[in-house]
Design a protein. Structure first.
Length: 476
């Protein structure tokens, strides 16, 4: 599927293209007016490979000539057309070769150097399209029934409506699942599980369920899927976003809006089989109104504005001064080293405030982590976790096969896990603990229980100690 070109990209192309028409181009962002005088007429739903005609015209009180630029949303455009008489209708045809949702973007510039902007969303499907909802003859009433009767390469088009489901929608064919309108085509109390590769899902609100999971249950993973132009809203569980499971790569997650959830690179697979998903394309998404920052193989940058952060294969990234809340996991570091996570607040994140997987020599300091599952650390060593405040978490720190970490001068308060004990869960881990405050002043060393796996059938206890616990809360 082609991706929707962001508005700013279209405007930049316009400003470059217009050089051939006029010797002077002013800043379009400043000149664009409300699109009340530029019009686009034409179909909003069509088939791939078919030519469709669109009409463009400008009604301007001044009555002067204008120039017109049209971008088709698939990387192609008309260039600047004109001059065109005021009121004259311009007809242009276009063929979209692939299925997907496209934005036609039109800009007109009149003789007074004023700009007018208009867009039209067009949904392109295949010639073999199965319909759900609506009132057409032969339309399906259930999304799953249409999928079951589809073949690889088909499109399942779902008309607007609220679809209450009592079980997951399973997609086991390489199809396109397209909602008529992301605001009004609603999947409620359930979610979508993608079990194969090359699936596209767009145009839905998915709420109060399990969101979309990309999971093939195979070592090859589920690859080259596209999740684009959806709304995810899960006030109740926090699991209603997008989850990418082990070894699933080259998936595109774009132009989605997440409320009270987000994107998760599944950590359970990392515990069981050490699988991490790489080479996914994640862009133009928001979490609770702020940008979802997802970066791979990047170094030496600062992130200080985001609603959720995911780092994969990164080096020397600084993440600071963020408020990450009401998402599935506030921050995820996978296969990353020498990063600095400081002065952030993680609150009400459903699966964890911060998660490290196969990450080394990172510093987590000066953060507040509350009403979450604290820090989850898997297969990670030589990290420093110091001067953080853990408050009202189910688990403060969860360690799996993670040793040689320095955990010092933190405040651990009010953990509700295991009858308000320390909230430390340690498996096959041996770490250095020093100077932490454990709910109340301590005179004696604090014992930190854990478990060591001898073999799949034998587990024995292990002991760590904070030999010099704080007698009063550390100054954080």
């Amino acid at each position: 599927m082609k991706h929707i070109i962001p508005t700013i990209t279209v405007l930049l192309l316009i400003s470059i293209s217009f050089i051939g028409v006029s010797n002077q181009v002013e800043d379009l962002n400043e000149d664009i007016k409300l699109p009340i005088e530029l019009f686009i007429e034409g179909p909003t739903h069509g088939l791939a490979g078919v030519s469709y005609n669109y009409t463009f015209f400008l009604i301007n009180q001044g009555g002067c000539e204008f120039y017109l630029y049209v971008g088709w949303g698939d990387g192609k455009h008309t260039g600047w057309l004109g001059p065109i008489e005021q009121g004259e209708k311009v007809e242009k045809a276009h063929i979209w070769k692939e299925c997907g949702t496209y934005i036609i973007s039109a800009v007109a510039r009149d003789c007074n150097d004023s700009y007018y902007y208009k867009t039209l969303e067009v949904m392109i499907t295949s010639d073999n399209t199965l319909y759900v909802g609506g009132d057409g003859p032969g339309n399906y009433t259930k999304i799953q029934d249409a999928i079951d009767n589809a073949s690889n390469g088909d499109t399942v088009f779902v008309y607007s409506g609220i679809y209450y489901l009592d079980k997951m929608i399973n997609i086991n064919k390489s199809i396109r699942l397209i909602g008529e309108n992301k605001y009004n085509t609603i999947i409620n109390d359930s979610g979508i599980e993608i079990l194969v590769s090359e699936v596209s899902v767009s145009g839905f609100t998915i709420q109060n369920g399990s969101g979309i999971s990309i999971n093939s249950y195979s070592l090859e993973g589920s690859n080259k899927n596209t999740i684009s132009g959806n709304i995810f809203d899960d006030y109740f569980t926090g699991f209603g976003g997008v989850t990418i499971y082990m070894n699933s790569s080259y998936n595109t997650i774009s132009n989605n809006t997440f409320y009270n959830c987000g994107l998760m690179m599944n950590i359970l697979n990392s515990i069981i089989d050490n699988g991490i998903s790489y080479h996914n394309f994640v862009y133009n998404n928001t979490v609770n109104g702020k940008q979802l920052v997802y970066i791979e193989d990047t170094s030496d940058i600062v992130i200080d504005d985001s609603g959720q952060v995911i780092l994969i294969g990164c080096v020397n990234i600084t993440v600071e001064n963020l408020e990450l809340f009401n998402t599935i996991i506030g921050m995820q570091l996978l296969d990353s080293i020498d990063c600095y996570i400081s002065d952030n607040t993680f609150s009400n994140n459903y699966f964890g405030g911060i998660i490290l997987i196969k990450s080394y020599n990172n510093t987590i300091s000066g953060n507040i982590i509350l009403n979450s599952d604290g820090a989850i650390i898997i297969d990670s060593k030589y990290n420093t976790i110091s001067e953080n405040s853990f408050e009202k978490n189910g688990i403060n720190i969860f360690l799996v096969n993670s040793s040689c970490n320095n955990i010092s001068y933190n405040n651990f308060r009010y953990s509700y896990f295991l009858l308000r004990l320390k909230g430390i869960f340690s498996i096959d881990s041996d770490n250095k603990w020093i100077g932490n405050f454990w709910n109340r002043p301590r005179l004696l060393p604090v014992l930190i229980w854990g478990y060591i796996t001898i073999n799949p059938y034998i587990i024995r206890s292990s002991l760590d100690f904070d030999w010099h616990p704080a007698k009063q809360p550390n100054n954080i």
